[in-house]
Design a protein around this ligand. Structure first.
Ligand code: FE2
Length: 341
């Protein structure tokens, strides 16, 4: 093994610790502690206190899984954003402490970049167009001139947020995607499409979901069959993101396409994405479901790539950035994936 990097993820609901090596590239540990609220959305402060309570065990478990000692780790990577401030600060504090205490370089990782990098690494698609869909993001992106450029995004809420909020509002939570199915998918079974009841919003390269959410909740309150509303909501929302991805493919002329982020675990979305790619003769491979959601492995492997270019940060300068945009990050290692190191 050339280098071993330990990565820490704490941007949203999951505190993750991953350990990976280069030459050969291997995932040596993957520990995730996920905060699940009893009801309602996630409150940043509650998440932060949950993260603080599980961080020590998560680290110990990850080292145990890998069979390594902290001294065997070459560097510590940490997701410094984007995400919820209180949650981010827990991961950052743990990472800074490890870096300072054990004198390991600290590597700043952008969470969105990490979702893309794990999709590239595990699909082997080196230069894909990426549809990145999660609870907090809906972005069509690909690498152009040094960075991941945004070719389309949501103007308001993210796709995952649309599905989760709808599920909670109409009482079909828990909304998490399990075995490729979201609560909205379960509810949509045997549903029929309600013509012109939910607005389809694609504006240029962008999508908008807040109007869809309001319309869908209103339909349920008016007494429309829940299965029909679930089916229609999903059709409209998924068609919109696939359409902007299609435009991104036409515009950038990329020859491959991947899905990344938590909603990439959805079987229905994967199916729609695959059909669209086939129509355009583009190779489609989505991120493996197990690594669609937030995890420490993606932070560690992005750290490995960054370290190969000498990217580290001083502990004193390692501030969290709640709104750290994907297109602000230089990607000097592109098109390398961890297997190339
Ligand atoms: Fe994420």
């Amino acid at each position: 093994m050339d280098k071993v990097v330990l990565g820490i993820e704490s941007t949203a609901h999951t505190f993750g610790v991953g350990i990976v090596s280069s030459n050969p590239f291997e995932i040596l540990a993957d520990v995730r502690k996920t905060y699940k609220p009893k009801e309602g959305g996630i409150l940043p402060r509650e998440v932060a206190s949950f993260f603080s309570s599980v961080a020590g065990n998560a680290l110990a478990e990850a080292l145990q899984q890998s069979g390594l000692k902290i001294g065997d780790i070459d560097a510590i990577a940490v997701a410094l954003g984007p995400g919820m401030g209180p949650a981010l600060r827990v991961g950052a504090t743990v990472a800074r402490t490890l870096s300072a205490r054990y004198r390991k370089p600290l590597i700043p990782v952008n969470h969105a970049v990490a979702h893309i990098e794990i999709a590239r690494a595990l699909t082997g698609l080196k230069d894909p167009l990426v549809l990145y869909v999660s609870g907090g993001n809906t972005t069509v992106t690909t690498f152009v001139e040094g960075r991941y450029r945004v070719f389309g995004e949501t103007q308001d809420i993210a796709l995952g947020n649309l599905l989760d909020t709808f599920a909670r509002e109409v009482g079909i939570a828990p909304p998490y995607i399990i075995e490729g199915m979201h609560a909205v998918d379960l509810c949509a079974e045997n549903g029929e499409f309600l013509e012109e009841k939910i607005p389809y919003r694609v504006k240029g390269q962008d999508v908008s979901f807040s109007g869809i959410l309001t319309a869908a909740i209103r339909l349920v309150k008016k007494g429309f069959k829940l299965s029909d509303v679930c089916f229609t909501l999903r059709e409209v929302a998924f068609s919109a993101v696939i359409e902007v991805a299609e435009r991104g493919l036409a515009h950038t002329e990329k020859k491959s396409f991947t899905l990344a982020g938590g909603v990439a675990a959805s079987d229905i979305l994967r199916e729609k994405a695959s059909l669209m790619a086939d129509e355009h003769n583009v190779l489609f491979k989505p991120v493996p479901k197990k690594f669609a959601g937030d995890n420490g492995v993606m932070i560690a492997l992005t750290g490995l790539l960054a370290l190969s270019e000498g990217i580290t940060i001083d502990v004193e300068k390692s501030f969290v950035k709640q709104r750290w945009r994907l297109d602000e990050v230089d990607i000097p290692w592109y098109p390398k994936i961890p297997q190339d190191l």
